[in-house]
Design a protein around this ligand. Sequence first.
Ligand SMILES: Cc1ncc(COP(=O)(O)O)c(C=O)c1O
Length: 384
Amino acid sequence: MSNIKRGLLIWVEVNQSALSHNIKVFRKLVGPKVLLAPSVKANAYGHDLIKTSKIVLKSGADWLCVNALFEARQLRTAGIKSPIYIMGYVLKKDLPEAVKLKCRLVVYNHETIKALADAARRLRKKAFIHIKVETGNNRQGVKMDELEDFVRFAKRFPQIVIEGIATHFANIEDTTDSSYAHYQLKNFMAAFDGLKKIGVKIPIRHCANSAATILFPETHFDLVRPGIAVYGLWPSEEVKKVAQKKHRLISLEPVLSWKTRIAQIKEIPKGAFVGYGCTYKTSRRTRIAILPVGYYDGYDRGLSNKAHVLIHGKRAEVRGRVCMNIIMVDVTNIPQARVEDTTVLLGKDGREEITAEQMADWAGTINYEITTRIREGIQRIIVA
Ligand SMILES: Cc1ncc(COP(=O)(O)O)c(C=O)c1O
Protein backbone atom coordinates (compact mmCIF):
# COMPACT_ATOMS: atom_id res chain seq x y z
CA MET A 1 0.00 0.00 0.00
CA SER A 2 1.31 3.47 -0.87
CA ASN A 3 2.32 5.87 1.92
CA ILE A 4 -0.38 8.31 0.91
CA LYS A 5 -3.14 5.75 1.53
CA ARG A 6 -1.56 4.70 4.82
CA GLY A 7 -2.13 8.20 6.18
CA LEU A 8 -5.81 8.49 5.24
CA LEU A 9 -8.97 7.79 7.20
CA ILE A 10 -11.47 7.91 4.33
CA TRP A 11 -10.48 8.01 0.68
CA VAL A 12 -11.62 7.32 -2.86
CA GLU A 13 -9.48 5.46 -5.36
CA VAL A 14 -9.86 6.38 -9.03
CA ASN A 15 -8.59 3.62 -11.29
CA GLN A 16 -6.78 5.33 -14.12
CA SER A 17 -6.53 2.29 -16.40
CA ALA A 18 -10.26 1.54 -16.04
CA LEU A 19 -11.13 5.15 -16.90
CA SER A 20 -8.79 5.16 -19.85
CA HIS A 21 -10.20 1.82 -21.01
CA ASN A 22 -13.78 3.16 -20.90
CA ILE A 23 -12.82 6.21 -22.96
CA LYS A 24 -11.23 3.96 -25.56
CA VAL A 25 -14.39 1.83 -25.64
CA PHE A 26 -16.42 4.98 -26.37
CA ARG A 27 -13.98 6.11 -29.04
CA LYS A 28 -14.36 2.77 -30.77
CA LEU A 29 -18.13 3.02 -30.47
CA VAL A 30 -18.41 6.46 -32.09
CA GLY A 31 -15.48 6.30 -34.51
CA PRO A 32 -12.77 8.88 -35.11
CA LYS A 33 -14.94 11.67 -36.53
CA VAL A 34 -17.48 12.17 -33.75
CA LEU A 35 -16.32 14.50 -30.96
CA LEU A 36 -16.15 12.66 -27.66
CA ALA A 37 -17.22 15.04 -24.88
CA PRO A 38 -17.50 13.21 -21.54
CA SER A 39 -19.62 14.79 -18.85
CA VAL A 40 -17.37 15.67 -15.92
CA LYS A 41 -20.00 17.65 -14.05
CA ALA A 42 -20.74 16.97 -10.37
CA ASN A 43 -17.02 16.53 -9.57
CA ALA A 44 -16.80 14.06 -12.48
CA TYR A 45 -19.68 12.05 -10.97
CA GLY A 46 -17.76 12.04 -7.70
CA HIS A 47 -14.45 10.94 -9.25
CA ASP A 48 -12.61 14.32 -9.04
CA LEU A 49 -13.12 16.97 -11.68
CA ILE A 50 -9.50 17.86 -12.40
CA LYS A 51 -7.80 14.47 -12.05
CA THR A 52 -10.50 12.73 -14.07
CA SER A 53 -10.56 15.39 -16.79
CA LYS A 54 -6.82 15.13 -17.31
CA ILE A 55 -7.04 11.35 -17.68
CA VAL A 56 -10.01 11.37 -20.08
CA LEU A 57 -8.35 13.96 -22.31
CA LYS A 58 -5.09 12.02 -22.33
CA SER A 59 -7.07 8.89 -23.23
CA GLY A 60 -8.63 10.43 -26.31
CA ALA A 61 -11.60 12.62 -25.32
CA ASP A 62 -11.96 15.83 -27.33
CA TRP A 63 -14.16 18.13 -25.23
CA LEU A 64 -15.40 18.27 -21.65
CA CYS A 65 -19.00 18.88 -20.56
CA VAL A 66 -19.63 20.59 -17.23
CA ASN A 67 -22.77 21.95 -15.63
CA ALA A 68 -21.60 25.26 -14.21
CA LEU A 69 -19.20 28.12 -14.72
CA PHE A 70 -17.29 27.36 -11.51
CA GLU A 71 -16.40 23.94 -12.90
CA ALA A 72 -15.12 25.50 -16.13
CA ARG A 73 -13.09 27.98 -14.08
CA GLN A 74 -11.51 25.16 -12.07
CA LEU A 75 -10.59 23.33 -15.27
CA ARG A 76 -8.98 26.40 -16.82
CA THR A 77 -7.13 27.21 -13.58
CA ALA A 78 -5.75 23.66 -13.68
CA GLY A 79 -4.36 24.40 -17.13
CA ILE A 80 -6.87 22.44 -19.17
CA LYS A 81 -7.14 23.92 -22.65
CA SER A 82 -9.67 21.64 -24.34
CA PRO A 83 -13.06 23.00 -25.42
CA ILE A 84 -15.47 23.15 -22.47
CA TYR A 85 -19.23 23.03 -22.95
CA ILE A 86 -21.34 24.38 -20.07
CA MET A 87 -24.67 22.53 -19.99
CA GLY A 88 -26.32 24.45 -17.15
CA TYR A 89 -27.47 28.04 -16.70
CA VAL A 90 -24.92 30.83 -16.38
CA LEU A 91 -26.04 34.11 -14.80
CA LYS A 92 -26.00 37.10 -17.15
CA LYS A 93 -23.47 38.89 -14.91
CA ASP A 94 -21.09 35.92 -15.27
CA LEU A 95 -21.19 35.73 -19.06
CA PRO A 96 -18.06 37.91 -19.57
CA GLU A 97 -16.06 35.35 -17.57
CA ALA A 98 -17.52 32.50 -19.62
CA VAL A 99 -16.38 34.27 -22.79
CA LYS A 100 -12.92 34.95 -21.36
CA LEU A 101 -12.61 31.26 -20.40
CA LYS A 102 -13.54 30.32 -23.99
CA CYS A 103 -16.52 28.23 -22.90
CA ARG A 104 -19.25 27.01 -25.19
CA LEU A 105 -22.61 27.78 -23.67
CA VAL A 106 -25.98 26.15 -23.98
CA VAL A 107 -28.58 28.85 -24.65
CA TYR A 108 -32.34 28.88 -24.76
CA ASN A 109 -33.39 32.40 -23.92
CA HIS A 110 -33.14 35.82 -25.53
CA GLU A 111 -31.77 37.46 -22.39
CA THR A 112 -28.67 35.26 -22.45
CA ILE A 113 -28.03 35.94 -26.15
CA LYS A 114 -28.25 39.69 -25.64
CA ALA A 115 -26.02 39.74 -22.57
CA LEU A 116 -23.55 37.34 -24.18
CA ALA A 117 -23.28 39.42 -27.34
CA ASP A 118 -22.74 42.50 -25.21
CA ALA A 119 -19.99 40.79 -23.19
CA ALA A 120 -18.29 39.47 -26.33
CA ARG A 121 -18.42 42.90 -28.02
CA ARG A 122 -16.81 44.57 -25.02
CA LEU A 123 -14.12 41.89 -24.87
CA ARG A 124 -13.65 41.96 -28.66
CA LYS A 125 -14.16 38.21 -28.77
CA LYS A 126 -16.64 35.75 -30.25
CA ALA A 127 -19.13 33.85 -28.11
CA PHE A 128 -19.85 30.24 -29.08
CA ILE A 129 -23.36 29.02 -28.39
CA HIS A 130 -25.22 25.74 -28.65
CA ILE A 131 -28.97 26.13 -28.95
CA LYS A 132 -30.92 23.69 -26.83
CA VAL A 133 -34.07 22.46 -28.52
CA GLU A 134 -37.08 21.32 -26.53
CA THR A 135 -37.93 17.99 -28.13
CA GLY A 136 -39.92 16.38 -25.32
CA ASN A 137 -38.06 16.67 -22.03
CA ASN A 138 -39.72 19.93 -20.98
CA ARG A 139 -36.60 20.95 -19.16
CA GLN A 140 -34.23 23.56 -20.69
CA GLY A 141 -34.77 24.41 -24.33
CA VAL A 142 -36.31 26.51 -27.09
CA LYS A 143 -39.71 25.27 -28.20
CA MET A 144 -39.74 23.76 -31.69
CA ASP A 145 -42.17 26.33 -33.07
CA GLU A 146 -40.04 29.20 -31.75
CA LEU A 147 -36.71 27.86 -32.97
CA GLU A 148 -36.48 29.66 -36.31
CA ASP A 149 -37.22 33.04 -34.73
CA PHE A 150 -34.73 32.30 -31.99
CA VAL A 151 -32.01 31.51 -34.52
CA ARG A 152 -32.82 34.66 -36.52
CA PHE A 153 -32.55 36.65 -33.30
CA ALA A 154 -29.14 35.12 -32.45
CA LYS A 155 -27.89 35.80 -35.97
CA ARG A 156 -28.49 39.54 -35.51
CA PHE A 157 -25.41 39.66 -33.28
CA PRO A 158 -22.12 39.42 -35.18
CA GLN A 159 -20.29 38.36 -31.99
CA ILE A 160 -22.43 35.25 -31.61
CA VAL A 161 -21.35 32.05 -33.35
CA ILE A 162 -24.06 29.39 -33.47
CA GLU A 163 -21.74 26.44 -33.21
CA GLY A 164 -24.12 23.76 -31.98
CA ILE A 165 -27.65 22.53 -31.66
CA ALA A 166 -28.51 20.12 -28.85
CA THR A 167 -31.23 18.22 -27.08
CA HIS A 168 -31.48 15.74 -24.21
CA PHE A 169 -33.48 12.51 -23.88
CA ALA A 170 -36.18 12.23 -21.23
CA ASN A 171 -36.86 8.52 -21.22
CA ILE A 172 -33.96 6.44 -22.37
CA GLU A 173 -32.59 4.91 -19.14
CA ASP A 174 -35.74 3.80 -17.38
CA THR A 175 -37.22 1.66 -20.10
CA THR A 176 -36.54 -0.99 -22.70
CA ASP A 177 -38.97 0.82 -25.00
CA SER A 178 -37.19 3.36 -27.19
CA SER A 179 -40.31 4.91 -28.72
CA TYR A 180 -40.15 8.17 -26.73
CA ALA A 181 -36.43 8.56 -27.42
CA HIS A 182 -37.07 8.06 -31.13
CA TYR A 183 -39.96 10.55 -31.02
CA GLN A 184 -37.51 13.10 -29.56
CA LEU A 185 -34.88 12.16 -32.12
CA LYS A 186 -37.40 12.75 -34.92
CA ASN A 187 -38.19 16.19 -33.47
CA PHE A 188 -34.50 16.98 -33.18
CA MET A 189 -33.87 16.07 -36.82
CA ALA A 190 -36.92 18.07 -37.90
CA ALA A 191 -35.44 21.05 -36.03
CA PHE A 192 -32.21 21.18 -37.98
CA ASP A 193 -33.88 20.21 -41.24
CA GLY A 194 -36.21 23.19 -40.73
CA LEU A 195 -33.23 25.45 -40.12
CA LYS A 196 -31.51 24.17 -43.23
CA LYS A 197 -34.54 25.33 -45.24
CA ILE A 198 -33.98 28.91 -44.05
CA GLY A 199 -30.29 28.64 -44.95
CA VAL A 200 -28.90 27.92 -41.48
CA LYS A 201 -26.56 24.98 -41.10
CA ILE A 202 -25.32 24.40 -37.58
CA PRO A 203 -22.06 22.44 -37.56
CA ILE A 204 -22.26 20.48 -34.29
CA ARG A 205 -25.46 18.52 -33.61
CA HIS A 206 -25.58 16.54 -30.36
CA CYS A 207 -28.04 14.69 -28.16
CA ALA A 208 -26.45 11.44 -26.97
CA ASN A 209 -25.84 10.66 -23.30
CA SER A 210 -24.40 7.26 -22.29
CA ALA A 211 -27.54 5.26 -23.02
CA ALA A 212 -28.06 6.81 -26.46
CA THR A 213 -24.40 6.50 -27.38
CA ILE A 214 -24.35 2.82 -26.46
CA LEU A 215 -27.71 1.79 -27.89
CA PHE A 216 -28.44 4.05 -30.85
CA PRO A 217 -25.66 4.99 -33.31
CA GLU A 218 -28.20 7.17 -35.14
CA THR A 219 -27.98 9.60 -32.20
CA HIS A 220 -24.23 10.20 -32.44
CA PHE A 221 -24.32 13.01 -35.05
CA ASP A 222 -21.24 15.23 -34.51
CA LEU A 223 -20.61 14.96 -30.77
CA VAL A 224 -21.62 12.67 -27.88
CA ARG A 225 -21.89 13.55 -24.17
CA PRO A 226 -21.62 10.31 -22.19
CA GLY A 227 -21.38 10.56 -18.42
CA ILE A 228 -22.11 7.59 -16.17
CA ALA A 229 -20.75 4.91 -18.52
CA VAL A 230 -17.39 6.68 -18.82
CA TYR A 231 -17.03 5.88 -15.12
CA GLY A 232 -17.74 2.23 -15.88
CA LEU A 233 -21.33 2.17 -14.64
CA TRP A 234 -24.37 1.24 -16.72
CA PRO A 235 -27.10 3.90 -16.88
CA SER A 236 -29.59 1.21 -15.78
CA GLU A 237 -30.33 -2.50 -15.94
CA GLU A 238 -32.78 -1.75 -18.76
CA VAL A 239 -30.05 -0.18 -20.90
CA LYS A 240 -27.84 -3.18 -20.27
CA LYS A 241 -30.66 -5.54 -21.27
CA VAL A 242 -31.33 -3.69 -24.53
CA ALA A 243 -27.60 -3.52 -25.27
CA GLN A 244 -27.37 -7.27 -24.86
CA LYS A 245 -30.32 -7.81 -27.17
CA LYS A 246 -28.87 -5.48 -29.81
CA HIS A 247 -25.37 -7.03 -29.49
CA ARG A 248 -24.07 -3.71 -28.29
CA LEU A 249 -22.93 -4.85 -24.85
CA ILE A 250 -19.66 -3.03 -24.23
CA SER A 251 -17.06 -3.88 -21.62
CA LEU A 252 -17.16 -1.17 -18.99
CA GLU A 253 -14.85 -1.13 -15.99
CA PRO A 254 -15.98 0.60 -12.78
CA VAL A 255 -13.48 3.31 -11.92
CA LEU A 256 -14.22 4.24 -8.32
CA SER A 257 -13.57 2.51 -4.99
CA TRP A 258 -14.37 4.07 -1.63
CA LYS A 259 -12.48 3.03 1.48
CA THR A 260 -12.03 3.75 5.17
CA ARG A 261 -10.45 2.17 8.25
CA ILE A 262 -11.71 0.52 11.41
CA ALA A 263 -11.65 2.97 14.33
CA GLN A 264 -12.64 0.60 17.14
CA ILE A 265 -13.69 -3.03 17.71
CA LYS A 266 -15.84 -4.15 20.62
CA GLU A 267 -17.70 -7.23 21.74
CA ILE A 268 -21.29 -6.74 22.85
CA PRO A 269 -23.66 -9.29 24.39
CA LYS A 270 -26.76 -10.90 22.88
CA GLY A 271 -29.79 -8.62 23.20
CA ALA A 272 -27.81 -5.32 23.05
CA PHE A 273 -28.94 -2.39 20.94
CA VAL A 274 -26.73 -0.71 18.34
CA GLY A 275 -26.88 2.99 17.46
CA TYR A 276 -29.48 5.79 17.44
CA GLY A 277 -33.09 4.79 17.84
CA CYS A 278 -32.07 1.30 19.03
CA THR A 279 -33.08 -0.04 15.59
CA TYR A 280 -30.82 -3.12 15.78
CA LYS A 281 -30.76 -5.68 18.58
CA THR A 282 -28.07 -8.36 18.58
CA SER A 283 -29.26 -11.95 18.31
CA ARG A 284 -25.94 -13.37 19.57
CA ARG A 285 -22.72 -12.19 21.16
CA THR A 286 -21.48 -9.79 18.49
CA ARG A 287 -18.21 -8.22 17.46
CA ILE A 288 -18.86 -4.73 16.19
CA ALA A 289 -16.42 -2.60 14.20
CA ILE A 290 -16.84 1.18 14.27
CA LEU A 291 -16.11 2.94 10.98
CA PRO A 292 -15.49 6.71 10.79
CA VAL A 293 -17.82 7.45 7.87
CA GLY A 294 -21.43 8.63 7.81
CA TYR A 295 -24.12 10.46 5.90
CA TYR A 296 -22.04 13.67 6.01
CA ASP A 297 -19.58 11.85 3.76
CA GLY A 298 -22.31 10.68 1.39
CA TYR A 299 -22.90 7.28 2.98
CA ASP A 300 -26.67 7.42 2.64
CA ARG A 301 -28.81 7.07 5.78
CA GLY A 302 -31.02 4.71 3.77
CA LEU A 303 -28.17 2.18 4.07
CA SER A 304 -28.98 1.75 7.78
CA ASN A 305 -29.37 -1.93 8.70
CA LYS A 306 -29.08 -2.89 5.00
CA ALA A 307 -25.68 -2.33 3.47
CA HIS A 308 -22.55 -4.44 3.63
CA VAL A 309 -18.90 -3.39 3.66
CA LEU A 310 -15.87 -5.55 2.88
CA ILE A 311 -13.15 -6.35 5.41
CA HIS A 312 -10.43 -8.89 4.63
CA GLY A 313 -12.43 -9.86 1.54
CA LYS A 314 -15.56 -10.72 3.56
CA ARG A 315 -18.94 -9.04 3.89
CA ALA A 316 -19.76 -7.26 7.15
CA GLU A 317 -23.32 -5.99 7.60
CA VAL A 318 -24.18 -2.46 8.72
CA ARG A 319 -25.90 -2.62 12.11
CA GLY A 320 -28.16 0.16 13.33
CA ARG A 321 -28.60 3.58 11.79
CA VAL A 322 -26.00 5.35 9.71
CA CYS A 323 -24.89 8.33 11.82
CA MET A 324 -23.52 11.65 10.63
CA ASN A 325 -19.90 10.50 10.92
CA ILE A 326 -20.01 6.86 12.04
CA ILE A 327 -21.35 3.47 11.01
CA MET A 328 -21.24 0.20 12.89
CA VAL A 329 -20.67 -3.14 11.15
CA ASP A 330 -20.81 -6.74 12.32
CA VAL A 331 -17.38 -8.43 12.19
CA THR A 332 -18.27 -11.48 14.30
CA ASN A 333 -17.38 -13.68 11.33
CA ILE A 334 -14.17 -11.80 10.55
CA PRO A 335 -12.02 -12.61 13.61
CA GLN A 336 -8.86 -11.28 11.95
CA ALA A 337 -10.32 -7.72 11.75
CA ARG A 338 -8.19 -5.20 13.67
CA VAL A 339 -8.23 -1.45 14.36
CA GLU A 340 -7.07 0.56 11.29
CA ASP A 341 -7.66 -2.33 8.89
CA THR A 342 -8.85 -1.13 5.48
CA THR A 343 -12.59 -1.39 4.86
CA VAL A 344 -14.13 -1.23 1.40
CA LEU A 345 -17.40 0.70 1.31
CA LEU A 346 -17.68 0.54 -2.47
CA GLY A 347 -15.56 -1.57 -4.80
CA LYS A 348 -13.73 -4.88 -4.74
CA ASP A 349 -11.90 -6.78 -2.02
CA GLY A 350 -10.65 -10.19 -3.09
CA ARG A 351 -13.51 -12.06 -4.68
CA GLU A 352 -16.20 -9.84 -3.16
CA GLU A 353 -17.52 -6.57 -4.56
CA ILE A 354 -19.93 -3.88 -3.42
CA THR A 355 -21.21 -2.29 -6.62
CA ALA A 356 -22.72 1.17 -6.95
CA GLU A 357 -25.88 -0.56 -8.19
CA GLN A 358 -26.12 -2.74 -5.11
CA MET A 359 -25.58 0.25 -2.85
CA ALA A 360 -28.18 2.24 -4.82
CA ASP A 361 -30.63 -0.60 -4.40
CA TRP A 362 -30.11 -0.67 -0.62
CA ALA A 363 -30.45 3.11 -0.41
CA GLY A 364 -33.46 3.31 -2.75
CA THR A 365 -31.73 5.45 -5.36
CA ILE A 366 -29.66 5.16 -8.56
CA ASN A 367 -25.95 4.51 -9.08
CA TYR A 368 -25.51 8.11 -10.33
CA GLU A 369 -26.43 9.44 -6.90
CA ILE A 370 -24.18 7.02 -5.04
CA THR A 371 -20.93 8.25 -6.59
CA THR A 372 -21.85 11.92 -7.02
CA ARG A 373 -22.82 12.26 -3.36
CA ILE A 374 -19.45 11.15 -1.99
CA ARG A 375 -18.26 14.25 -0.15
CA GLU A 376 -16.01 16.37 -2.33
CA GLY A 377 -13.49 16.98 0.48
CA ILE A 378 -12.62 13.29 0.66
CA GLN A 379 -9.27 12.76 -1.01
CA ARG A 380 -9.31 11.09 -4.44
CA ILE A 381 -6.22 9.06 -5.20
CA ILE A 382 -5.30 7.91 -8.67
CA VAL A 383 -4.36 4.24 -8.76
CA ALA A 384 -2.92 2.39 -11.74
C1 LIG B 1 -27.42 17.53 -20.89
C2 LIG B 1 -26.76 16.26 -20.47
N1 LIG B 1 -26.01 15.56 -21.34
C3 LIG B 1 -25.38 14.43 -21.01
C4 LIG B 1 -25.49 13.91 -19.73
C5 LIG B 1 -24.80 12.60 -19.41
O1 LIG B 1 -25.75 11.62 -19.08
P1 LIG B 1 -25.34 10.14 -18.65
O2 LIG B 1 -24.60 10.30 -17.37
O3 LIG B 1 -26.63 9.43 -18.48
O4 LIG B 1 -24.51 9.60 -19.73
C6 LIG B 1 -26.26 14.60 -18.78
C7 LIG B 1 -26.39 14.03 -17.44
O5 LIG B 1 -27.23 14.29 -16.65
C8 LIG B 1 -26.91 15.80 -19.14
O6 LIG B 1 -27.65 16.49 -18.28
